[in-house]
Design a protein around this ligand. Structure first.
Ligand SMILES: *Cc1c(COP(=O)(O)O)cnc(C)c1O
Length: 374
């Protein structure tokens, strides 16, 4: 059996497949010279809108800015409480703290890694009882599967809260035949290279159907500009997407549907090879996943990780510490009863190599090593 190193995410093979298309697209931008807000930026926004069915798309510098821009547009500030899962990448809570509001950590469900609607309801009540002003919820579509919006939206609506979707890991997925990008008041995503749809640097986008919100977002993206470039009607940021990155994404989006299928095929193969020895990820009925990560829950994670390391198979732990326990965040509140599921998951999850170009014989080697170790 081969022991050649296996990439965790294989961008080289993707690059070879894209051939000259990306090179030419980049060169075109280098030569036309509109490096900032060039024609590729608007073209990409239209392509993304067509792809997911959102009315408006605002491209921006990264997925964190995408989240932050919506909070700024909604005027979220001190005293406001925004509910975020404890088991996610830090950016989801970070942006709430940016604007001076309070992130309240909600637990997730063990079966899909996503926000627990029952704990959300309890956490909103708890926040009201503790002199916070609940204003919004940011569910995360962790590892590529949409959160349980049909259960989360009624809880938020009953309390008068907006919902914004953090789809940094799930762009391209669907829930009940509705694409990610169309849930809640807005959806944010990231084009960080390792995300399912990544560029060759940092990038992000906001999706919304709201005609007023998109106008405010466009202004905020460029220093709060008004109708004239040097008129500033609000405090904004420098949050534009580079034209070169837009050009790369236009080309990558063309093969994305095919890559989504290939990712699902890889995930199904992992499931078939590992379901009897580990807790494999489950996609809820009506949902699809773009498999940003393929994540097992293990009793003996350290042993499995060590066996993989010895066999030159990279693994990763997303995420080793719940946000509510992080040094920079532990002073923020957690919903009633804490986040026991997030704690358990942090101690037991292990992500395996996942990308659309994982060859069956390489995957069999991974499955064999994991099986032997558990
Ligand atoms: C990657 C990620 C982000 C942030 O995206 P960047 O482009 O890296 O700023 C936000 N939320 C989640 C859940 C992510 O995985």
């Amino acid at each position: 059996m081969s022991t050649a190193p296996i990439p965790f995410i294989d961008l080289k093979t993707q690059r070879a497949r894209l051939g000259a298309a990306v090179d030419e697209a980049i060169l075109k931008v280098v030569n036309h010279g509109a490096y900032i807000m060039g024609p590729e930026v608007a073209a990409l926004e239209q392509d993304l809108a067509d792809f997911c069915g959102a009315k408006h798309v605002l491209s921006c510098a990264n997925g964190t800015d995408a989240l932050g821009l919506v909070l700024m547009a909604k005027g979220v500030g001190p005293g406001d409480a925004v509910f975020v899962p404890a088991f996610t990448f830090v950016a989801t809570a970070e942006v709430v703290a940016w604007v001076g509001a309070t992130p309240v950590f909600v637990d997730v469900r063990e079966d899909d890694f996503n926000m627990d609607p029952a704990h959300l309801a309890a956490s909103i009540r708890w926040a009201r009882d503790n002199d916070l002003r609940p204003v919004g919820v940011i569910p995360v579509d962790l590892f590529g599967q949409p959160a349980d919006y049909p259960a989360i939206m009624p809880v938020a609506e009953a309390e008068g809260l907006w919902v914004m979707s953090d789809a940094a890991q799930s762009f391209g997925a669907k829930l009940n035949n509705r694409a990610v990008g169309t849930y809640g008041i807005a959806t944010s995503t990231s084009f960080f290279p390792a995300k399912p749809l990544g560029c060759y640097g940092d990038g992000g986008a906001v999706f919304t159907d709201d005609d007023d919100l998109i106008e405010v977002l466009r202004s905020l993206r460029v220093h709060g500009q008004g109708t004239d470039k040097y008129e500033n009607v609000r405090i904004g940021i420098n949050g534009r997407l580079d034209t070169i990155q837009a050009a790369v994404l236009i080309e990558k989006l063309k093969i994305f549907p095919d890559e989504i299928e290939a990712r699902d095929h890889v995930a199904q193969r992992y499931n078939a090879g590992l379901a009897d020895v580990a807790t494999v990820p489950r996609v809820r009925s009506g949902a699809t996943s773009v498999w940003a990560q393929y994540t097992l829950i293990l009793e003996n994670r350290e042993r499995v990780a060590a066996a993989c390391r010895a066999a030159n198979i990279p693994t990763a732990i997303y995420y080793p510490i719940p946000l509510s326990h992080q040094q920079g965040y532990k002073h923020f509140p957690t919903g009633p009863g804490g986040v026991p599921v997030s704690e358990r998951l942090s101690a037991g999850v292990l992500s395996l190599p996942m990308h659309p170009y994982l060859a069956p014989e390489v995957q069999d080697r991974i499955i064999e090593v994991v099986r032997a170790a558990v």
